[in-house]
Write a protein that binds this ligand. Sequence first.
Ligand SMILES: Nc1nc2c(c(=O)[nH]1)N[C@H]1C(S)=C(S)[C@@H](COP(=O)(O)O)O[C@H]1N2
Ligand SMILES: [Mo]
Length: 417
Amino acid sequence: MPQLDRWDGETLWDFAKARGISRRRFLWLMASGGVAAVLAACGLTETSGTPRDLPPEPASGSWFKDPSPLIVHDDGKSLEARLENTRGLVTAKSHFFVRNNSTSLDLDAVAWRLSVEGDAVANPLDLTYNDILGLPSRALMCYLECAGNHRAMFDIVQGRAASGTQWMTGGISNGEWVGASLRDVLTLAGIANNAVSVLLVGLDTESPENGFRRVLPVDKALHPDTLLAYSLNGEALPKDHGFPVRALVPGWVGSSNIKWLGQIVVSSEPLWTRNNTGSYVFIGDDYPPEGEAPGKVVENQNIKSALALPWPAELPAGLHRLHGYAHSPHGPITRVEWSADSGTTWRDAELSGPQPQYSWARFELNWRGAAGDHALMTRATDTAGNVQPDSVPFNEKGYLFNQPLPHPILVKNTGGA
Ligand SMILES: Nc1nc2c(c(=O)[nH]1)N[C@H]1C(S)=C(S)[C@@H](COP(=O)(O)O)O[C@H]1N2
Ligand SMILES: [Mo]
Protein backbone atom coordinates (compact mmCIF):
# COMPACT_ATOMS: atom_id res chain seq x y z
CA MET A 1 0.00 0.00 0.00
CA PRO A 2 1.64 3.29 -1.05
CA GLN A 3 2.20 6.00 1.54
CA LEU A 4 -0.61 8.51 1.47
CA ASP A 5 1.00 11.22 3.52
CA ARG A 6 0.87 13.65 0.58
CA TRP A 7 -2.84 13.08 0.05
CA ASP A 8 -3.94 16.11 2.06
CA GLY A 9 -4.43 19.06 -0.25
CA GLU A 10 -3.94 17.05 -3.42
CA THR A 11 -6.80 16.55 -5.76
CA LEU A 12 -7.54 13.00 -6.83
CA TRP A 13 -6.32 13.95 -10.28
CA ASP A 14 -2.91 15.09 -8.98
CA PHE A 15 -2.75 11.88 -7.02
CA ALA A 16 -3.56 9.72 -10.05
CA LYS A 17 -1.27 11.69 -12.41
CA ALA A 18 1.66 11.17 -10.06
CA ARG A 19 1.01 7.44 -10.34
CA GLY A 20 1.12 7.40 -14.14
CA ILE A 21 -2.61 7.59 -14.94
CA SER A 22 -3.41 9.60 -18.08
CA ARG A 23 -6.04 12.34 -17.98
CA ARG A 24 -8.19 10.36 -20.41
CA ARG A 25 -7.99 7.17 -18.38
CA PHE A 26 -8.66 9.15 -15.18
CA LEU A 27 -11.88 10.59 -16.64
CA TRP A 28 -12.96 7.18 -17.87
CA LEU A 29 -12.27 5.62 -14.45
CA MET A 30 -14.21 8.38 -12.68
CA ALA A 31 -17.16 7.93 -15.05
CA SER A 32 -17.20 4.14 -14.78
CA GLY A 33 -16.34 3.44 -11.15
CA GLY A 34 -15.86 6.73 -9.32
CA VAL A 35 -13.14 7.44 -6.78
CA ALA A 36 -12.86 3.75 -5.86
CA ALA A 37 -11.93 2.86 -9.46
CA VAL A 38 -9.26 5.58 -9.58
CA LEU A 39 -7.77 4.43 -6.29
CA ALA A 40 -7.79 0.82 -7.48
CA ALA A 41 -6.00 1.84 -10.70
CA CYS A 42 -3.42 3.62 -8.54
CA GLY A 43 -2.74 0.33 -6.81
CA LEU A 44 -4.77 1.01 -3.70
CA THR A 45 -6.90 -1.99 -2.86
CA GLU A 46 -10.39 -1.44 -1.58
CA THR A 47 -11.02 -2.16 2.07
CA SER A 48 -11.47 -5.91 2.31
CA GLY A 49 -14.52 -7.32 4.07
CA THR A 50 -16.50 -4.09 3.84
CA PRO A 51 -18.72 -3.41 6.85
CA ARG A 52 -21.83 -3.98 4.78
CA ASP A 53 -21.15 -7.71 5.03
CA LEU A 54 -22.16 -7.63 8.70
CA PRO A 55 -25.56 -9.10 9.57
CA PRO A 56 -28.30 -6.52 10.19
CA GLU A 57 -29.03 -5.60 13.77
CA PRO A 58 -32.38 -6.65 15.23
CA ALA A 59 -35.05 -3.95 15.20
CA SER A 60 -36.73 -3.13 18.50
CA GLY A 61 -39.67 -0.73 18.01
CA SER A 62 -38.24 2.42 16.47
CA TRP A 63 -34.78 1.28 17.58
CA PHE A 64 -32.34 -1.16 16.13
CA LYS A 65 -30.65 -1.49 19.51
CA ASP A 66 -32.33 -2.81 22.64
CA PRO A 67 -33.35 0.37 24.51
CA SER A 68 -33.71 -1.35 27.91
CA PRO A 69 -30.15 -0.72 29.24
CA LEU A 70 -30.65 2.99 28.52
CA ILE A 71 -32.98 5.72 29.87
CA VAL A 72 -35.77 6.49 27.37
CA HIS A 73 -36.72 10.17 26.82
CA ASP A 74 -38.90 12.19 24.41
CA ASP A 75 -41.54 9.52 23.77
CA GLY A 76 -38.84 7.15 22.67
CA LYS A 77 -36.77 9.50 20.48
CA SER A 78 -33.76 9.69 22.77
CA LEU A 79 -31.86 7.10 24.77
CA GLU A 80 -29.68 8.31 27.64
CA ALA A 81 -26.55 6.36 28.56
CA ARG A 82 -26.00 5.16 32.11
CA LEU A 83 -22.38 6.06 32.79
CA GLU A 84 -22.18 3.28 35.40
CA ASN A 85 -22.59 0.73 32.58
CA THR A 86 -19.15 1.67 31.26
CA ARG A 87 -16.16 0.43 33.24
CA GLY A 88 -13.33 1.43 30.94
CA LEU A 89 -12.69 4.15 28.40
CA VAL A 90 -14.98 3.18 25.53
CA THR A 91 -18.78 3.03 25.60
CA ALA A 92 -20.08 -0.23 24.10
CA LYS A 93 -22.50 0.33 21.21
CA SER A 94 -25.32 -1.24 23.25
CA HIS A 95 -24.80 1.45 25.93
CA PHE A 96 -24.05 4.37 23.58
CA PHE A 97 -26.60 7.20 23.94
CA VAL A 98 -28.86 8.09 20.98
CA ARG A 99 -30.48 11.38 20.07
CA ASN A 100 -32.86 11.37 17.14
CA ASN A 101 -35.20 13.98 15.72
CA SER A 102 -37.00 11.30 13.69
CA THR A 103 -36.79 7.53 13.94
CA SER A 104 -33.53 5.78 13.04
CA LEU A 105 -33.15 5.15 9.31
CA ASP A 106 -32.55 1.77 7.70
CA LEU A 107 -30.39 2.70 4.69
CA ASP A 108 -28.94 0.42 2.03
CA ALA A 109 -25.20 1.14 1.74
CA VAL A 110 -25.13 0.04 -1.92
CA ALA A 111 -27.88 2.43 -2.97
CA TRP A 112 -26.65 5.25 -0.68
CA ARG A 113 -25.09 8.34 -2.30
CA LEU A 114 -23.45 11.42 -0.85
CA SER A 115 -23.78 14.51 -3.02
CA VAL A 116 -21.29 17.35 -2.69
CA GLU A 117 -22.51 20.53 -4.34
CA GLY A 118 -22.92 24.30 -3.96
CA ASP A 119 -21.60 27.51 -5.52
CA ALA A 120 -18.18 27.06 -3.86
CA VAL A 121 -17.20 23.71 -5.42
CA ALA A 122 -15.73 23.32 -8.91
CA ASN A 123 -16.60 19.61 -9.39
CA PRO A 124 -19.85 18.51 -7.76
CA LEU A 125 -19.61 14.87 -6.67
CA ASP A 126 -21.95 11.96 -6.12
CA LEU A 127 -20.00 9.54 -3.95
CA THR A 128 -20.76 5.91 -3.13
CA TYR A 129 -20.08 4.07 0.11
CA ASN A 130 -17.09 2.37 -1.52
CA ASP A 131 -15.77 5.76 -2.64
CA ILE A 132 -15.70 6.85 1.01
CA LEU A 133 -14.18 3.54 2.17
CA GLY A 134 -11.49 3.89 -0.49
CA LEU A 135 -10.22 7.23 0.79
CA PRO A 136 -7.36 7.43 3.29
CA SER A 137 -8.88 6.77 6.71
CA ARG A 138 -8.30 8.16 10.18
CA ALA A 139 -9.09 6.50 13.50
CA LEU A 140 -10.00 8.70 16.46
CA MET A 141 -11.07 8.04 20.01
CA CYS A 142 -13.66 10.74 20.50
CA TYR A 143 -16.55 11.49 22.81
CA LEU A 144 -19.86 12.60 21.38
CA GLU A 145 -21.99 14.79 23.62
CA CYS A 146 -25.41 16.36 23.15
CA ALA A 147 -25.41 20.13 23.75
CA GLY A 148 -28.15 19.43 26.29
CA ASN A 149 -26.17 16.91 28.35
CA HIS A 150 -26.69 17.83 32.09
CA ARG A 151 -29.69 20.01 31.08
CA ALA A 152 -31.88 18.55 33.86
CA MET A 153 -29.41 20.12 36.30
CA PHE A 154 -30.72 23.62 35.55
CA ASP A 155 -33.87 22.40 37.31
CA ILE A 156 -32.28 20.04 39.87
CA VAL A 157 -29.39 22.30 40.93
CA GLN A 158 -30.55 25.84 40.05
CA GLY A 159 -34.31 25.32 40.44
CA ARG A 160 -35.15 26.70 36.97
CA ALA A 161 -36.05 24.18 34.28
CA ALA A 162 -34.73 24.66 30.72
CA SER A 163 -36.75 23.38 27.75
CA GLY A 164 -35.74 20.22 25.86
CA THR A 165 -34.79 16.63 26.67
CA GLN A 166 -34.09 16.43 30.39
CA TRP A 167 -30.72 14.74 30.09
CA MET A 168 -28.99 13.95 33.35
CA THR A 169 -25.34 12.90 32.92
CA GLY A 170 -25.71 10.37 30.08
CA GLY A 171 -26.17 12.55 26.99
CA ILE A 172 -22.60 11.55 26.18
CA SER A 173 -20.62 8.47 25.14
CA ASN A 174 -17.02 7.79 24.11
CA GLY A 175 -16.21 5.76 21.00
CA GLU A 176 -13.48 4.73 18.63
CA TRP A 177 -14.33 5.99 15.16
CA VAL A 178 -12.89 5.43 11.71
CA GLY A 179 -13.67 7.59 8.73
CA ALA A 180 -12.38 9.64 5.82
CA SER A 181 -11.44 13.28 6.36
CA LEU A 182 -14.23 15.55 5.17
CA ARG A 183 -11.34 17.68 3.90
CA ASP A 184 -10.34 15.03 1.33
CA VAL A 185 -13.87 14.96 -0.05
CA LEU A 186 -14.03 18.77 -0.19
CA THR A 187 -10.65 18.77 -1.95
CA LEU A 188 -11.89 16.23 -4.52
CA ALA A 189 -14.88 18.48 -5.12
CA GLY A 190 -12.54 21.41 -5.77
CA ILE A 191 -13.57 23.62 -2.87
CA ALA A 192 -13.11 27.30 -3.77
CA ASN A 193 -11.00 29.79 -1.84
CA ASN A 194 -14.07 31.90 -1.12
CA ALA A 195 -15.99 29.04 0.55
CA VAL A 196 -17.42 30.16 3.89
CA SER A 197 -20.02 27.63 5.04
CA VAL A 198 -20.26 23.86 4.71
CA LEU A 199 -23.78 22.54 5.27
CA LEU A 200 -24.23 18.88 6.25
CA VAL A 201 -27.69 17.40 5.60
CA GLY A 202 -29.08 14.12 6.96
CA LEU A 203 -31.52 11.93 5.04
CA ASP A 204 -34.11 11.89 7.86
CA THR A 205 -36.87 13.83 6.14
CA GLU A 206 -39.19 13.49 9.16
CA SER A 207 -36.96 15.68 11.31
CA PRO A 208 -38.30 19.23 11.92
CA GLU A 209 -36.36 20.70 9.00
CA ASN A 210 -36.54 18.16 6.14
CA GLY A 211 -33.19 16.51 6.74
CA PHE A 212 -31.47 17.30 10.05
CA ARG A 213 -28.74 19.81 9.18
CA ARG A 214 -25.84 21.74 10.59
CA VAL A 215 -23.55 24.41 9.17
CA LEU A 216 -19.82 24.20 9.79
CA PRO A 217 -17.57 27.17 9.13
CA VAL A 218 -15.03 26.24 6.47
CA ASP A 219 -12.05 26.05 8.84
CA LYS A 220 -13.76 23.44 11.03
CA ALA A 221 -14.88 21.51 7.92
CA LEU A 222 -11.29 21.47 6.61
CA HIS A 223 -9.79 20.28 9.89
CA PRO A 224 -8.32 16.85 9.10
CA ASP A 225 -10.01 15.32 12.17
CA THR A 226 -13.49 16.30 11.03
CA LEU A 227 -14.54 12.94 9.64
CA LEU A 228 -17.08 11.20 7.47
CA ALA A 229 -17.21 8.27 9.89
CA TYR A 230 -18.27 4.76 8.89
CA SER A 231 -17.09 2.70 11.84
CA LEU A 232 -17.72 2.74 15.60
CA ASN A 233 -15.75 0.55 18.00
CA GLY A 234 -14.31 -1.63 15.25
CA GLU A 235 -17.60 -2.41 13.49
CA ALA A 236 -19.75 -0.79 10.84
CA LEU A 237 -21.54 2.30 12.14
CA PRO A 238 -24.73 1.04 13.86
CA LYS A 239 -27.99 2.14 12.20
CA ASP A 240 -29.03 4.16 15.27
CA HIS A 241 -25.76 6.07 14.97
CA GLY A 242 -26.08 7.01 11.29
CA PHE A 243 -25.23 4.04 9.05
CA PRO A 244 -23.73 4.09 6.52
CA VAL A 245 -21.89 7.42 7.05
CA ARG A 246 -22.15 10.23 9.60
CA ALA A 247 -20.16 13.35 10.37
CA LEU A 248 -17.83 13.33 13.36
CA VAL A 249 -16.89 16.84 14.48
CA PRO A 250 -14.55 16.53 17.49
CA GLY A 251 -15.26 18.94 20.31
CA TRP A 252 -18.44 20.35 18.79
CA VAL A 253 -21.97 19.89 20.09
CA GLY A 254 -23.58 16.54 19.26
CA SER A 255 -25.99 18.08 16.75
CA SER A 256 -23.10 18.88 14.36
CA ASN A 257 -22.42 15.16 13.98
CA ILE A 258 -25.00 14.61 11.24
CA LYS A 259 -26.13 10.98 10.96
CA TRP A 260 -27.35 9.26 7.76
CA LEU A 261 -25.47 11.97 5.85
CA GLY A 262 -26.79 12.49 2.30
CA GLN A 263 -25.73 15.93 1.13
CA ILE A 264 -22.97 18.46 1.60
CA VAL A 265 -23.48 22.02 0.34
CA VAL A 266 -20.46 24.31 0.15
CA SER A 267 -21.37 27.97 -0.03
CA SER A 268 -19.58 31.27 -0.49
CA GLU A 269 -22.25 32.92 1.68
CA PRO A 270 -22.82 32.25 5.40
CA LEU A 271 -25.68 29.74 5.68
CA TRP A 272 -28.36 29.79 8.38
CA THR A 273 -30.63 26.87 9.25
CA ARG A 274 -32.85 25.94 12.17
CA ASN A 275 -29.84 24.45 13.96
CA ASN A 276 -27.92 27.70 14.13
CA THR A 277 -30.89 30.05 14.59
CA GLY A 278 -33.82 28.50 16.49
CA SER A 279 -31.90 25.66 18.13
CA TYR A 280 -28.33 25.42 19.44
CA VAL A 281 -28.28 29.10 20.33
CA PHE A 282 -27.77 30.50 23.85
CA ILE A 283 -30.94 32.45 24.52
CA GLY A 284 -31.07 34.52 27.69
CA ASP A 285 -30.29 37.91 29.21
CA ASP A 286 -26.54 37.25 29.05
CA TYR A 287 -26.49 36.52 25.30
CA PRO A 288 -27.03 39.27 22.66
CA PRO A 289 -28.09 38.26 19.09
CA GLU A 290 -25.40 37.28 16.53
CA GLY A 291 -26.03 37.33 12.75
CA GLU A 292 -29.46 35.79 12.10
CA ALA A 293 -29.33 34.00 15.45
CA PRO A 294 -31.19 35.41 18.48
CA GLY A 295 -28.13 34.73 20.68
CA LYS A 296 -24.70 33.14 20.60
CA VAL A 297 -24.53 30.02 18.39
CA VAL A 298 -23.36 26.94 20.31
CA GLU A 299 -20.31 25.40 18.63
CA ASN A 300 -17.79 23.80 21.02
CA GLN A 301 -18.81 21.75 24.03
CA ASN A 302 -17.28 22.75 27.38
CA ILE A 303 -15.42 21.13 30.27
CA LYS A 304 -17.46 18.78 32.49
CA SER A 305 -17.14 15.82 34.83
CA ALA A 306 -19.56 13.26 36.24
CA LEU A 307 -19.50 10.20 38.45
CA ALA A 308 -20.40 6.85 36.88
CA LEU A 309 -23.25 6.21 39.32
CA PRO A 310 -27.04 6.10 39.02
CA TRP A 311 -28.71 9.42 39.93
CA PRO A 312 -29.51 9.12 42.83
CA ALA A 313 -27.10 6.35 43.85
CA GLU A 314 -27.57 3.88 46.66
CA LEU A 315 -24.51 2.28 48.24
CA PRO A 316 -23.85 0.07 51.25
CA ALA A 317 -21.90 1.67 54.10
CA GLY A 318 -18.12 1.32 53.80
CA LEU A 319 -15.23 2.11 51.51
CA HIS A 320 -15.95 2.53 47.81
CA ARG A 321 -13.71 2.88 44.80
CA LEU A 322 -15.77 5.16 42.54
CA HIS A 323 -15.03 6.11 38.96
CA GLY A 324 -16.18 8.78 36.58
CA TYR A 325 -15.42 10.68 33.40
CA ALA A 326 -14.15 14.20 32.67
CA HIS A 327 -13.75 15.85 29.28
CA SER A 328 -13.00 19.11 27.58
CA PRO A 329 -12.89 20.13 23.92
CA HIS A 330 -9.93 22.41 24.76
CA GLY A 331 -7.33 19.78 25.60
CA PRO A 332 -6.52 16.91 27.94
CA ILE A 333 -7.90 16.83 31.48
CA THR A 334 -5.05 17.56 33.89
CA ARG A 335 -6.90 17.34 37.20
CA VAL A 336 -10.14 16.11 38.73
CA GLU A 337 -11.00 17.10 42.31
CA TRP A 338 -13.83 15.88 44.49
CA SER A 339 -15.67 17.28 47.47
CA ALA A 340 -18.01 15.66 49.99
CA ASP A 341 -18.86 18.95 51.76
CA SER A 342 -20.59 21.00 49.02
CA GLY A 343 -17.34 22.38 47.67
CA THR A 344 -15.78 23.69 50.90
CA THR A 345 -12.80 21.34 50.65
CA TRP A 346 -11.51 19.50 47.61
CA ARG A 347 -9.24 16.49 47.19
CA ASP A 348 -7.60 15.13 44.07
CA ALA A 349 -9.06 12.12 42.31
CA GLU A 350 -6.68 9.87 40.32
CA LEU A 351 -6.63 10.10 36.55
CA SER A 352 -6.60 6.46 35.54
CA GLY A 353 -5.49 5.23 32.15
CA PRO A 354 -4.60 6.82 28.84
CA GLN A 355 -6.37 9.86 27.46
CA PRO A 356 -6.14 9.92 23.67
CA GLN A 357 -6.90 13.24 22.01
CA TYR A 358 -10.69 13.89 21.88
CA SER A 359 -11.39 11.07 24.36
CA TRP A 360 -12.84 11.65 27.77
CA ALA A 361 -10.57 10.97 30.76
CA ARG A 362 -11.37 8.32 33.36
CA PHE A 363 -10.85 9.11 37.03
CA GLU A 364 -11.15 7.17 40.29
CA LEU A 365 -11.46 8.08 43.94
CA ASN A 366 -11.77 6.33 47.31
CA TRP A 367 -14.78 7.38 49.34
CA ARG A 368 -15.95 6.04 52.68
CA GLY A 369 -19.68 6.51 53.18
CA ALA A 370 -21.48 6.32 56.53
CA ALA A 371 -25.22 5.66 56.63
CA GLY A 372 -27.21 8.70 55.54
CA ASP A 373 -27.63 11.14 52.65
CA HIS A 374 -24.57 12.50 50.88
CA ALA A 375 -23.71 14.61 47.85
CA LEU A 376 -20.38 14.11 46.09
CA MET A 377 -19.09 16.78 43.73
CA THR A 378 -16.36 16.53 41.09
CA ARG A 379 -14.58 19.36 39.32
CA ALA A 380 -12.28 19.04 36.30
CA THR A 381 -9.43 21.22 35.00
CA ASP A 382 -7.95 20.97 31.50
CA THR A 383 -4.50 21.69 30.13
CA ALA A 384 -5.65 25.07 28.81
CA GLY A 385 -6.52 26.07 32.39
CA ASN A 386 -10.30 25.79 32.06
CA VAL A 387 -12.02 24.76 35.30
CA GLN A 388 -15.69 23.92 35.80
CA PRO A 389 -17.27 27.16 37.11
CA ASP A 390 -19.10 27.39 40.45
CA SER A 391 -22.18 28.60 38.62
CA VAL A 392 -23.36 28.92 34.99
CA PRO A 393 -25.82 31.58 33.73
CA PHE A 394 -29.25 30.28 32.71
CA ASN A 395 -30.10 29.86 29.02
CA GLU A 396 -33.60 28.93 27.91
CA LYS A 397 -32.63 25.81 25.99
CA GLY A 398 -30.34 24.59 28.70
CA TYR A 399 -27.11 24.13 26.75
CA LEU A 400 -23.68 23.40 28.23
CA PHE A 401 -24.54 23.17 31.94
CA ASN A 402 -21.13 22.50 33.47
CA GLN A 403 -21.02 23.53 37.10
CA PRO A 404 -19.95 20.71 39.48
CA LEU A 405 -22.86 18.35 40.12
CA PRO A 406 -23.87 17.46 43.69
CA HIS A 407 -24.36 13.75 43.01
CA PRO A 408 -26.88 12.39 45.54
CA ILE A 409 -25.81 9.16 47.30
CA LEU A 410 -27.90 7.38 49.89
CA VAL A 411 -25.72 5.13 52.04
CA LYS A 412 -27.50 2.28 53.80
CA ASN A 413 -26.31 0.06 56.59
CA THR A 414 -26.61 -3.52 55.42
CA GLY A 415 -26.82 -6.68 57.52
CA GLY A 416 -25.99 -4.86 60.75
CA ALA A 417 -22.55 -3.85 59.45
N1 LIG B 1 -29.52 13.08 10.71
C1 LIG B 1 -29.49 13.35 12.01
N2 LIG B 1 -28.30 13.54 12.61
C2 LIG B 1 -28.24 13.81 13.93
C3 LIG B 1 -29.42 13.92 14.70
C4 LIG B 1 -30.67 13.70 14.05
O1 LIG B 1 -31.74 13.75 14.64
N3 LIG B 1 -30.66 13.41 12.71
N4 LIG B 1 -29.32 14.24 16.04
C5 LIG B 1 -28.12 14.98 16.43
C6 LIG B 1 -27.96 15.17 17.84
S1 LIG B 1 -28.92 16.38 18.56
C7 LIG B 1 -27.01 14.49 18.58
S2 LIG B 1 -26.73 14.84 20.21
C8 LIG B 1 -26.20 13.41 17.96
C9 LIG B 1 -26.35 12.13 18.73
O2 LIG B 1 -25.61 11.10 18.15
P1 LIG B 1 -25.92 9.58 18.51
O3 LIG B 1 -27.39 9.35 18.40
O4 LIG B 1 -25.11 8.76 17.59
O5 LIG B 1 -25.45 9.39 19.94
O6 LIG B 1 -26.57 13.17 16.62
C10 LIG B 1 -26.87 14.34 15.87
N5 LIG B 1 -27.03 13.98 14.49
MO1 LIG C 1 -28.09 16.81 20.69
